[in-house]
Design a protein around this ligand. Sequence first.
Ligand SMILES: C[S@@+](CC[C@H](N)C(=O)[O-])C[C@H]1O[C@@H](n2cnc3c(N)ncnc32)[C@H](O)[C@@H]1O
Length: 393
Amino acid sequence: MSLYAFELGRKKDLCFAELITILGKDKLVERNLDTAIFDLKIPNYQGLQDKLGGTVKIVKLWNKIPLEDSRADKLEQHIKPHLEEIFTDHKGKINFAVSTLSFNNPKEINIKQILNFSKLILKSLGLNSRFVNKNFENTKPSTIYAAHVLEKGIDINIIKGNEDIFIGETVAIQNIDNYSKRDYDKPWRDARVGMLPPKVAQIMINLAGANTKAIFDPFCGTGTTLLEGALMGKDVVGSDIDQRMIDYSEGNMRWAEQEFQTKNVYRVFTKDARFLTKEDLPEKVEAIVTEGYLGEPVSRLPALEIRQKVFRELANLHLNWLTAIHRITPKNCKVVMCVAGFRKNNDKYHPEYEFLPRFNELVEETGYRVVTSYIYDRPDQIVVREIKVLEKL
Ligand SMILES: C[S@@+](CC[C@H](N)C(=O)[O-])C[C@H]1O[C@@H](n2cnc3c(N)ncnc32)[C@H](O)[C@@H]1O
């Protein structure tokens, strides 16, 4: 077993919940500001990274040192032997980065000095190197990815833990190009039905359980959850009230078979989710994962009466489709779904929301209970999502 830090994406609690579901709470060592540290064995770093929508990168930790040793000269003593071990006998030019995580105050750590001594250590090994940090500041993961730092060199991480400083190297990073291909290059997209980012679909699928083999999305739209599920090796079933969406999902799944060689079983069909019956779902699905219906798209915050009307309609829909799905799924079949809400301002630090009232009571009427709930939004969005995990009562 070794210690690994998982850098959490933008919605940290949601990303952390995904890790706990997939890696297990018993493996957690600590959670700090930007990372969660686990004691694990990882046979395939990038394979694990590619399955985690909420993890930005995975860092293999080399050392744990006292908090007061974060001065650059102290750090040098710990970093030098690792660089020597990794790069002795290395050939070719090196791209490297120094990343700091979980420091509230960037001034706590002198990145310039770390970059300079690392370059000197590499030089002493006869290696030319270039660091990708701009203005001696912290690097963005996208810069590390674009500069092929993991292939051509090393991303050295200094992480402020709760009681120690952790030092380590990045072993896997989010493949931005692949996400963007799945998001933008699939043949069928429709801005009106909303666009669930592939990363969020992955997180939702993971929240349904680590070993779920087959999932069902009864509001599948263009098939984002189906596509992500198939890429994660799951069998997928999807339905939607709109035949056009079913055609889109089918087209996107065929595209995934060609582009990504997905081999899992998939099936899609047209159906109003409120009236699903056992005959519609002969497959043994182990989880329902769906963005669901979020109401009509809006370009500005609707008036109070309109918002109340939207909530009434959505409450009615949720009541009916959850009742239907409860009847036709096994006892341990969780539901991971989005519930629409409104964001009433675009203040990054003090967002104000309005969510579907009394959703928990509504859910209990259908035979479920809400286990966890996370807001997923961006400051410029008006319709926002609450991601909910439901279990049968
Ligand atoms: C927000 S979209 C889902 C988008 C989807 N996640 C995707 O990636 O494209 C909601 C979908 O719910 C469907 N829908 C609305 N009411 C429905 C109902 N009663 N039963 C089944 N599908 C419904 C719409 O046709 C639409 O495709």
